[in-house]
Design a protein around this ligand. Structure first.
Ligand code: CTP
Length: 390
């Protein structure tokens, strides 16, 4: 989402760069608009650096219609910190600087405010009346919190922490369509040990699976993410990550949680075979020219879940094909008792392992066919979730 962060002149303005960072981490684009007083507490350079966009602070600096273009660009306006002054101005319909002008022009779109001020100011009937007016117009308030204030006293007036403001933004932007549901996602490669220092692995980065887990959580689902070895991290209260190494460990974790899930999306690149034996020490060269490694088949997690699947559960697999793509994918869909199969073609540039983009065809048991253009893995994840949960 495109978010305009308005910053007004309170000590808590020093937390605005952290809020920008959290919003960007959650996948939003952020531009900042600050009052003159805000820039006494946080610098233009800092805000422009963290947001990666020019700061809007002067109504007359770059033409007189910047507030209109920013109003058109922004899909949500967050004011943090919001002083008694800006709350009063909006309640009174006053537009006398860049931010207050933008706020009045921003009608019909969501606005969140995080008030911050001295506790007596917050308790003043004028402020309370203005806050009630803004709330009656649909403006959401986050905080203020009780605690020690910059002026040395304790009371209600501290700005909510950036994490709480970012969470409120998330709640306001999420549709929560999948609230109450639990989904299993597998991600990443598996490592199959040869000895104490070597393994058979593959180039899967886990990016697609992590994007799927995040997209499901954003829609309100609880997610069980079972991931093979990857450096990726996910920091979402609704995603529980179980880290595994081998196909057999992934099999154990996935089959354990699947009965409690509404559905599963298996995007992991699971090794089909593993060494028949794993040495508990580092194997030495044996003096001969070659070496034979005996491999045995790993359990097929997707096929197992297909045989466990109950009425009402949705099972989605991935297929990475090089030729006869659609026919092979269709065959897998039937053989493994899937509801959908997401086909990745290795012929498509920018799709598949390691990269940030992907291009897929989602084939449904009902014969549906949904082909995506080349998109970011986040966008592909959104498309997959929309298709398999609708
Ligand atoms: N999969 C799995 N467990 C395995 C192997 C694969 O869960 N042991 C899942 C993958 O996560 C993916 C799908 O099955 O969702 C891939 O199907 P698969 O038949 O393994 O594809 P390929 O490895 O491409 O198979 P083949 O070599 O037969 O083409």
């Amino acid at each position: 989402m495109r978010i305009v962060l308005g910053i007004t002149g309170g000590i808590a303005a020093y937390k605005a760069p952290e809020l920008v960072r959290l919003l960007k981490k959650a996948g939003h684009e952020v531009r900042c608009a600050a009052t003159e007083h805000a820039l006494e507490f946080v610098t233009r350079v800092t805000l422009e650096t963290v947001s990666g966009a020019p700061l809007y602070s002067d109504l007359f600096a770059s033409g007189r219609t910047e507030h209109i273009s920013l109003k058109d660009w922004g899909e949500m306006l967050v004011v943090a910190p919001a002083t008694a002054n800006i709350i009063g101005k909006v309640a009174g319909g006053i537009a006398d600087d860049a931010l207050s002008t933008l706020l009045l022009a921003f009608s019909g779109k969501p606005v969140i405010m995080a008030p911050a001020m001295n506790c007596e100011m917050w308790a003043h009937p004028a402020v309370q009346r203005n806050v009630a007016t803004l709330k009656s117009w649909g403006i959401r308030m986050v905080g203020p919190e009780e605690g020690e204030l910059a002026c040395g006293v304790s009371g209600v007036g501290r700005m909510a922490e950036p994490e709480a403001i970012a969470a409120a933004v998330c709640t306001a932007t999420c549709s929560r369509r999948l609230q109450g549901q639990r989904w299993l996602v597998t991600a990443g490669p598996t490592y199959e040990r040869i000895d104490s220092v070597r393994f058979i692995g593959n180039y899967s980065s886990g990016k697609m699976g992590f994007a799927l887990a995040e997209a499901l959580a954003k829609e309100g689902a609880e997610v069980e993410l079972v991931s093979g070895p990857t450096a990726l991290k996910i920091d979402h209260p609704q995603v529980k990550v179980t880290r595994v190494e081998s196909a057999r460990e992934m099999y154990a974790a996935a089959t354990e949680v699947f009965p409690r899930c509404n559905g599963a999306i298996l995007s992991a690149a699971v090794a089909d075979y593993r060494p028949a034996e794993c040495a508990d020490h580092k194997l030495k060269k044996n003096g001969s020219e070659g070496m034979h490694l005996e491999l045995v088949q790993n359990p097929d997690i997707l096929a197992t879940l297909g045989s466990m699947k109950q009425e009402g559960q949705t099972l989605v697999g991935f297929a990475l094909e090089t030729d006869n793509e659609e026919a092979n994918a269709q065959r897998k869909l039937e053989k493994k008792n899937l509801d959908y199969i997401v086909l990745n073609s290795l012929r498509d540039k920018g799709a598949g392992f390691g990269v940030d983009t992907n291009k897929v065809t989602i084939i449904g048991r009902d014969g549906s066919h949904n082909e995506s253009p080349l998109m970011s893995k986040q966008e592909v994840a959104g498309l997959i979730i929309n298709t398999v949960t609708s």
